[in-house]
Design a protein around this ligand. Structure first.
Ligand code: UN1
Length: 497
């Protein structure tokens, strides 16, 4: 694939004419494509095009805008399998998960298309009988969407679909690990018939293209999904610009809490799915299994049996459950944390690591690493995000202890409780800190019509997915007088004495 930037309705190389190559993480000899390496000059043109297109796009009706997104959905559906295969090859997610990712992006867009015919504000009462008051929404302007590689279609659409549908224009910077999927997003939007400049895309790295975009004075909203390290810097930077908004979705150290009364089969399936789907590379993944002591031995035995059965390999082979991690940096990071677990005295139950040899030689394949460890407030390994197939089992005795352990980390994104006792489920719902909670379910698999966002280091508290509409629009009050004289609220007179 030869990718291009998409600026003002045209396919362009970067001004510097520099490019970068993207290889498959499953086979580093497999070149997926070559893409423009953009810098501040390309970003400048993209933002300028988005700014210029804004008044006209804002002026179009929500329903007409949504009709273009509806055409986009149809194009993606026609290309569904091809896009899923590209994603598996480029990002390393197994096919079943790549298909789910494409499905999630379709759902997000369909949701916004449906919303275009739904109420879009409020009629609000007034103190004065002759006044009609409304809450209306207006688009903010130019949205910068900076998205990660682990959901290379769904997460871009979480940002792009609500932004475009509500009348904003967009500059999109896809992850440089999944530029091919970004390219497809731009191609479908182009073919769907978006007016020039409404949607723009610049390929490149965070340093060369991402930061100039974040810092650009004509960008009104920055929507970022990625690591806490980058997100917190974005938040700091954007705070200096009084009118710029930022919504960040960042990391997680998510837990599944299993009580003694749990349905064991359900608990094990929820844990294996949450820990090892996407090779643990979801911000929603579970990296802590907090398990009550009465069920601990049985849970450990069954969980390990499940983890051992996981087939790791080519993401395009339907039989595999786990593909590779994304790159060498990810391998190094997971290995480093596996070692920290050992150094901190963890009891290693499944000694996973880099896989080599037959079928693995040219990819970043890793097997699951599982350990048992008591909660310890000074431990790094059970408090820091690893983002790989690495999971801790942490025993507890009482519900109070379980809640303390759960909250004693700096993140708070997803959480799942496995119990048959609704009183325990309710108590942990109230006292645990998280953004998305689940009962008798994995802690992955959120649906787009719910908010997606976390507390603490997991996010800025501004949810993405469907509720991103609240980030990319501002609510305005609109009050109309139907009398010939002025009656003010709070009993004030408007008569000139
Ligand atoms: C992410 O991990 O970055 O809930 C997003 C889920 C998916 C989205 C995850 N729907 O696991």
């Amino acid at each position: 694939m030869r990718g291009h930037n998409y600026i003002n309705g045209q396919w362009r190389d970067s001004i510097s004419e520099h490019t970068f190559d993207k290889h498959s993480p499953a086979n580093t000899g497999d070149l997926v494509g070559t893409f423009p390496a953009s810098d501040a000059r390309d970003v400048e043109e993209a933002v300028r095009a988005a700014r210029a297109a804004f008044p006209q796009w804002r002026g179009m009706s929500f329903i007409r805008r949504a009709e273009i997104l509806d055409r986009f959905v149809r194009l993606v559906q026609e290309d569904f399998e091809e896009l899923a295969r590209l994603m598996a090859r480029e990002g390393g997610k197994v096919l079943a998960e790549s298909r789910a990712d494409v499905t999630e992006g379709i759902h997000m867009t369909q949701y916004m298309v449906g919303r275009s015919r739904m109420p879009y504000g409020d009629v609000v009462p007034s103190e004065i009988a002759e006044k009609d008051s409304y809450m209306l929404r207006k688009p903010k302007g130019v949205v910068a969407a900076i998205t990660p590689w682990n959901f290379p279609f769904a997460i871009p659409m979480w940002s792009i679909a609500p932004s475009l549908a509500t009348g904003n224009t967009v500059v999109f910077k896809p992850s440089s690990e999944t530029p091919g999927c970004g390219q497809k997003v731009a191609e479908y939007l182009h073919e769907a018939g978006l007016p020039a400049g409404v949607f723009n895309m610049v390929h490149g790295t965070g340093d060369d293209a991402g930061w100039p975009l974040i810092n650009h004075p004509e960008v009104d909203v920055v929507v970022f999904t990625g690591s806490y390290g980058v997100g917190s810097k974005i938040k700091e930077t954007v705070a200096r610009d009084y009118r710029k908004m930022v919504a960040c979705e960042m990391g997680g150290k998510n837990a599944i809490m299993v009580f003694d009364d749990a349905n064991l089969d359900l608990a094990v399936n929820a844990a294996v799915t949450s820990a090892f789907r996407t090779a643990g590379q979801r911000c929603s993944a579970a990296s802590r299994l907090i398990v009550q002591e009465g069920i601990l031995d049985r849970f450990v035995e069954r969980f390990l049996a499940g983890a051992r059965r996981i087939r790791v390999g080519d993401p395009l082979d339907e039989r595999n459950f786990m593909g590779p991690v994304i790159n060498q940096g990810a391998v190094d990071k997971v290995l480093r944390y596996n070692q920290i677990a050992r150094d901190e005295g963890a009891q290693v139950l499944l000694d996973g690591g880099r896989l080599s040899g037959d079928g693995y030689g040219k990819g970043y394949f890793m097997s699951p690493f599982v350990y048992l460890m008591r909660h310890n407030p000074t431990s790094r390994v059970i408090r820091e995000e690893v983002f790989g197939p690495h999971v801790a089992i942490i025993p507890f005795k009482t519900i109070e202890e379980a809640i303390f352990i759960h909250n004693d980390v700096e993140y708070g994104l997803t959480f799942s409780v496995i119990t048959e006792d609704y009183r325990k489920a309710r108590r942990v719902r109230e006292e645990c800190e998280f953004g998305l909670g689940y009962v008798n379910l994995p802690c992955i698999g959120a649906e787009v019509q719910l908010p997606f966002g976390g507390l603490k280091k997991s996010g800025t508290g501004m949810p993405s997915a469907a509720t991103l509409v609240d980030v990319v629009t501002h609510k305005v009050a609109w009050t109309v007088n139907h009398d010939q004289t002025i009656k003010l609220a709070q009993g004030l007179s408007a008569e000139i004495e």
